[in-house]
Write a protein that binds this ligand. Structure first.
Ligand code: B12
Length: 389
């Protein structure tokens, strides 16, 4: 986790050499040093907190007490979004590049959660004052990336909202029941994993069916939130954007309880449904074809085989999702990401080709699926003229 695979060897040696808080936090996360990470965050809060100047919501004529509270709130927001969030993103890159293990990434994330709690604790006294309204923040069903939603919740609290934070993996019916019970003014749905988009669409639709405003966010919703807009939710790129949207009037209401194909007319061709229905057979056949086209797989351990089956299942899941939103870029982005992850682990990315070819073969009568698979295939197998010599 420390830049490179030798992180463990340097642990503790030059821990506080760098004065830069983000470098120090990264180091503490690398070393799994929760106490130091939390202390760093508290120090960063103190460093940005008392500074004078213009910050979020401050204006001339404010009392000294109010201005101090505003500075504390603004400091909390900066530490959350400019210190903790980038460290989490960096963790993702380090994992993908095989510089840290899954266990290290888990340990570091738990520390980041403690850091967020420390910000919440330290800024709590500054939250006295009028409440702007009540909102609900939740991950969509199947979504375990709770930390992005937590950041959104804490920023909204700092901005004066009362937030019901439901955390990871909440089935739609429970989100809806909570909206009914609390009469929240808005539901903010978070998702990082694109394959959860069909479920997210259902959650958006169901909440709108309750007459409540819905904001969506997180990497799953695509570049510039293109899938959120398709599903007729409001979208913002980050927690500050979410706060800004809530400060504006809602978009005009959309029809309640509409079937998914009203938003996504291409679903009428049933390609998405067919791929979902035959997912198990598609995966089974692709595993067999990969074994044939990539004989090294025969020497795989049971564990490696299981991971390969999981990877192929992910491929089919992303294909289905690309069909759902009718966007071949979604699938190409996923294949590019998978190729990079494999390459970092010395697995040649072309080993994905037999899986794509297997799907192409089985789905040859489905024009949208063929288009999506062909585009991704081009990424892995560029024409000879563009290959390095
Ligand atoms: C920690 C982590 C996990 C932890 C999550 C624990 C937790 N408590 O959150 C665990 C171990 C559970 C996990 C699991 C998986 N993960 Co993971 N994970 C991460 C990691 C490293 C950090 C997540 C995080 O904290 N992000 C930090 C914040 C700052 O992210 P953010 O999206 O920028 O948040 C901002 C905006 O999105 C926005 N926002 C977020 N929600 C909302 C909502 C609204 C309404 C609005 C308006 C805005 C908004 O505001 C936020 C703050 O400004 C990311 C890397 C990354 N780049 O995020 C990978 C990452 C997301 N994971 C990834 C993967 C692949 C997985 C798994 C599929 C791995 C596996 N094979 O099992 C599973 C999927 C589990 C599931 N079904 O959800 C990939 C996804 C790649 C892809 N193409 O889809 C990533 C990108 C890692 C990588 N580099 O490849 N993961």
């Amino acid at each position: 986790m420390n830049p490179g695979k030798d992180a463990g060897k340097n642990a503790g040696k030059d821990a506080l050499l760098s004065a830069e808080p983000s470098a120090q936090l990264w180091q503490a996360l690398c070393e799994g040093d929760e106490t130091r990470a939390v202390a760093l965050v508290r120090r960063a809060l103190a460093a940005v907190g008392p500074a004078q100047g213009t910050s979020t919501g401050m204006s001339a004529g404010m009392s000294a007490g109010t201005a101090a509270r505003e500075r504390t709130r603004a400091a909390g927001e900066r530490v959350l979004l400019e210190l903790i969030a980038p460290a989490q993103r960096r963790l993702g890159l380090a994992w993908a590049a095989d510089e840290i293990t899954v266990a290290q990434e888990h340990a570091a994330t738990v520390i980041s959660e403690r850091c967020i709690a420390a910000v919440a604790d330290s800024t709590a006294p500054a939250l006295a004052g009028p409440v702007l309204g009540r909102v609900l923040v939740s991950c969509v069903g199947g979504e375990w990336h709770a930390l992005p939603a937590r950041l959104v919740s804490e920023v909204l609290r700092l901005r004066g909202w009362r937030v019901d934070h439901l955390g990871a993996q909440v089935p739609t019916e429970h989100v809806v029941a909570h909206v009914r019970r609390t009469r929240a003014q808005a539901v903010l749905l978070s998702s990082s994993i694109p394959t959860l988009l069909p479920g997210a669409h259902n959650a958006i639709n169901s909440c709108q069916g309750e007459g409540v405003r819905v904001l969506a966010g997180g990497a799953a919703f695509g570049p510039q939130g293109r899938y959120a807009r398709m599903m007729r939710a409001e979208w913002a790129e980050d927690a500050r954007g979410a706060a800004a949207l809530l400060g504006r009037s809602p978009a005009p209401p959309v029809e309640a309880a509409r079937p998914p194909d009203l938003d996504l007319p291409h679903l009428a061709d049933q390609e998405y449904t067919m791929v979902c229905r035959t997912r198990l057979q598609l995966v089974k056949q692709a595993v067999a074809d990969v074994e044939e086209g990539f004989p090294e797989m025969r020497r795989y351990s049971e564990y490696q085989r299981e991971r390969t089956v999981e990877d192929i299942d992910h491929i089919v899941g992303h294909l289905a999702t690309a069909l759902y939103v009718n966007d071949s870029d979604l699938f190409t982005r996923f294949i590019g990401w998978t190729a990079d992850v494999l390459a970092a682990r010395d697995v040649p990315p072309w080993c994905l080709l037999p899986a794509l070819d297997s799907l192409l073969n089985r789905l040859k009568d489905f024009p949208r699926a063929v288009g999506i698979l062909t585009a991704a295939r081009r990424l892995l197998d560029p024409p000879r003229s563009t290959r390095p010599i």
